[in-house]
Ligand binder design. Structure first.
Ligand code: XMP
Length: 527
């Protein structure tokens, strides 16, 4: 798919939101680092460019710089916050204010009034030119500000389109050159009418036509896969999750029975999950082989309690089992992976290396070992788009709306030793949590909800007898993307039912606790 809009990233936390908003408006766009060269931009050949915000001060040491020729190539440009300031400086205006250096809290210089704006603000619209054309007669707009610096003097040819108490030039435009800038963030949901601004820029300011919807994505992708794999076979590891399912259904549409799906039962799945996944896959017309490797995984995991060691063993055994199965299929040339766009964006937000908190289960090793090519049909998509495409292809809602389930499965929720009786105990408690969340109609608003088995024995009394048994933790969080999360405040009756049922229906459990930790500082899974 060719991008009409190129988003250049200067390190804002919101760059992905810009891309999602543009795509929601039916325009295909991609994100590239803000320091991209002019030649690369020419290869993209965009019809419009959006410059993101960023944490640095324009001109400060270490601040990401734009190759300035890009600003003169003649396509319409919208600069947001830092992006607006880049435009201002390039075209001869002035930027002043807080002057923070890119990678420290040191103040570089202060040429403005020193007023920073963080949070809700109101701007008065002075001119509808380009940016506010789709807002009707509105003269005021609620916006979200997050900046230290601001444009303090207009460049030649630009007019002020909006101002706020803290930013006299909160938006500017040069309609002749089709350059626009906003100091605030139209991409965040705290700017309720922000989408209208993008609409104004794309369809009025830049005259772009809509080109992006799930149906055209499916047709183009299927054609692309057929061209890439004219003969031979393709393997795909299915987990039952939405990404691998949508990827497999797309490839299946393209090459039918030449796609061979493999579903590994690692003994760490939820209650009845293997059967449910297999049934779902067969209704979707996929050719799936299930490998029952539960004993093999559990025997390799015997006696292991360290979370990282558990994860590493599960990853390794998965690759071994998958490879053995894939070798039974003749002439395998490609492996399908459900990689999404957030995993492949090369952005300036990712600075330096981060510490490994958890080694994620992935199938990267397969490609090296088996010398396979890769098919990643979802690598241009955000999660919401994967869901939309799944629905478009007729994948049922229970699969599309499924909560994320980690590759290592219940292993990361069964603290301590992974033996079948403990896993079975956890499966029962986990089923109860899921059933009660569903019965309370909370499924859609919750990102993940599950039970955790804790190797903590405590004294209880059941009937007239003493018990000394393990404990179940209830974990439920809301989240946008799994990167941060907040715990769910369940209604009292839901908690009471969960707790009663868990103790009554789960043999070997006499106590239930509620996890009230957000991420950070905790993580969503316990291991
Ligand atoms: P944490 O526990 O790191 O989890 O806050 C963030 C999100 O990632 C999921 N998760 C995994 N997903 N393989 C996966 O595919 C893994 O190894 C893995 N570990 C955690 C977790 O369920 C949550 O949605």
């Amino acid at each position: 798919m060719k991008s009409q809009v190129l988003i250049l990233d200067y390190g804002s936390q919101y760059t992905q939101l810009i891309a999602r908003t543009v795509r929601e408006l039916g325009v295909y766009c991609e994100i590239a680092p803000g320091t991209i060269t002019l030649e690369r931009v020419r290869e993209y050949d965009p019809k419009a460019i959006i410059l993101s915000g960023g944490p640095a001060s324009v001109g400060a040491e270490g601040a990401p710089k734009i190759h300035e020729e890009i600003l003169d190539i003649g396509v319409p440009i919208l600069g947001i916050c830092y992006g607006m300031q880049l435009l201002a400086v390039h075209f001869g205006g002035q930027v002043g204010g807080w002057g923070k250096n890119a990678d420290s809290d040191e103040v570089a210089e202060s040429t403005g009034d020193g007023i920073r704006e963080f949070g809700a603000a109101e701007v008065s619209i002075q001119s509808a030119d380009g940016l506010f054309s789709r807002l009707g007669d509105e003269k005021k707009l609620d916006v979200w500000m997050s900046h230290g610096d601001k444009v303090t003097a207009l460049p030649d040819g630009f007019v002020t389109c909006a101002s706020s108490a803290g930013s006299p030039i909160a938006a500017f435009a040069d309609t002749k050159r089709r350059m626009y800038g906003v100091q605030f963030h139209p991409e965040v949901h705290h700017t309720p009418k922000g989408k209208k601004l993008f609409e104004s820029f794309l369809f009025d300011g830049a005259d772009i036509a809509k080109d992006w919807d799930p149906a055209c994505f499916v047709t183009e992708t299927v054609q692309g896969i057929q061209d890439k794999v004219p003969t031979g076979n393709v393997v795909c590891g299915l987990s039952g999750g939405v990404d691998s399912t949508v990827a497999a259904v797309l490839v299946n549409k393209a090459i039918g029975k030449r796609l061979h799906c493999i579903f590994v039962d690692n003994g760490l799945l939820r209650l009845n999950e293997a059967e449910e996944v297999m049934e779902m896959m067969s209704t979707l017309g996929l050719q799936v082989t299930m490998v029952d490797a539960a004993d093999r995984f559990l025997s390799e995991l015997a006696g292991v309690v360290d979370p990282e060691q558990k994860r590493k063993i599960i990853g390794r055994v998965f690759i071994e089992v998958f490879e053995e199965e894939a070798h039974r299929i003749e002439d395998v040339q490609y492996l399908v992976q459900g990689t999404l766009y957030p995993d492949v964006i090369e952005s300036v937000s990712v600075v330096g290396s981060s510490v490994t908190i958890k080694s994620h289960h992935n199938v990267g090793g397969l490609i090296d070992d088996m010398k396979l090519g890769l098919i990643e049909p979802l690598r241009e998509l955000f999660k919401d788009e994967v869901r939309a495409i799944g629905r478009q292809m007729g994948i049922p809602d229970p699969c599309i709306d499924r909560q994320p389930f980690p590759g290592p499965g219940l292993a990361v929720r069964c603290i301590g030793e992974l033996v079948k009786p403990r896993l079975d105990k956890l499966r029962v408690a986990d089923k109860i949590v899921r059933e009660e969340v569903k019965a309370a109609g909370l499924e859609k608003e919750i990102w993940q909800s599950f039970a955790v088995l804790l190797p903590v024995f405590s004294v209880g009394v059941m009937g007239d007898g003493r018990t000394f048994e393990e404990c179940i933790g209830i974990r439920a969080v809301t989240s946008r993307d799994g990167m941060t999360a907040d715990w769910v405040y369940f209604p009292e009756d839901v908690l009471r039912r969960m707790s009663n049922r868990i103790v009554n229906e789960t043999a070997g459990v006499n106590r239930v606790v509620l996890d009230v930790s957000s991420k950070p500082p905790s993580t969503i899974e316990w291991e």
